[in-house]
Design a protein around this ligand. Structure first.
Ligand code: 5GP
Length: 186
């Protein structure tokens, strides 16, 4: 059986990666599965443990790093995020195309370990719109919002490290573009 693709989706916090992903994951012909990350951040309203993230403690996260259980990991605005390696490998060996939704430092680690990764960066139509979307989430204090915006400016400088760049003005359209990219690379 052909090993599944490894697909990395990055983009600044608030750009709508999750919404775009929900749309393109509906296309069953793409044979996609989502890699659930581990994080030490607290769940947001409506987030479910084991579905959106595996929510964990800093101690457990450190253990996973020490035991080499993570394909990549990064610290982002005071919390740790990482991709469990075993789950990704199992799914790819079953022929599934695995989607990682991760930030830029993690994407760099994945690129080093798996040079054939299909990397896609989602950009906002403009920074004002990004700020509006982050604020619209109403889940974080002003200080964190400012940190996320500063981080977004840094991340946007790294788009050229990615194979494809897709603008999320309309999430359904962005998802269709990504679906086409995946088909062309399958
Ligand atoms: P959020 O707190 O908004 O859910 O995620 C913050 C950032 O961490 C987002 O850019 C998200 O894509 C990224 N992220 C989520 N899971 C992982 C992961 O497993 N590894 C890395 N490196 N970043 C992740």
């Amino acid at each position: 059986m052909k090993k599944g693709l490894l697909i990395v989706i990055s983009g600044p916090s608030g750009v709508g990666k999750g919404t775009v992903r929900e749309y393109f994951m509906k296309d069953k012909s793409l044979n996609l599965t989502y890699s659930i990350s581990m994080t030490t951040r607290a769940p947001r309203n409506g987030e479910v443990d084991g579905v959106d993230y595996i929510f964990t403690t800093k101690e457990e996260f450190q253990k996973a790093i020490d035991n080499g259980e993570l394909l990549e990991w990064a610290e982002f605005v005071g919390n740790y995020y990482g991709t469990p390696l075993a789950a990704v490998e199992k799914l790819r060996n079953e022929g599934k195309n695995v989607v990682l939704e991760i930030e830029v430092q993690g994407a760099t680690q994945v690129r080093e370990k798996c040079p054939d990764v299909l990397s896609i960066f989602i950009i906002p139509p403009c920074m004002e719109e990004l700020e509006k979307r982050i604020r619209g989430r109403r889940s974080e204090p002003e200080e964190i919002i400012q940190e996320r915006l500063a981080k977004a400016n840094q991340e946007l400088k790294l788009v050229s490290n990615y194979k494809y760049v897709v603008c999320n003005d309309d999430p359904e359209l962005a998802a269709e573009v990504i679906a086409l990219i995946i088909k062309r690379n399958s």
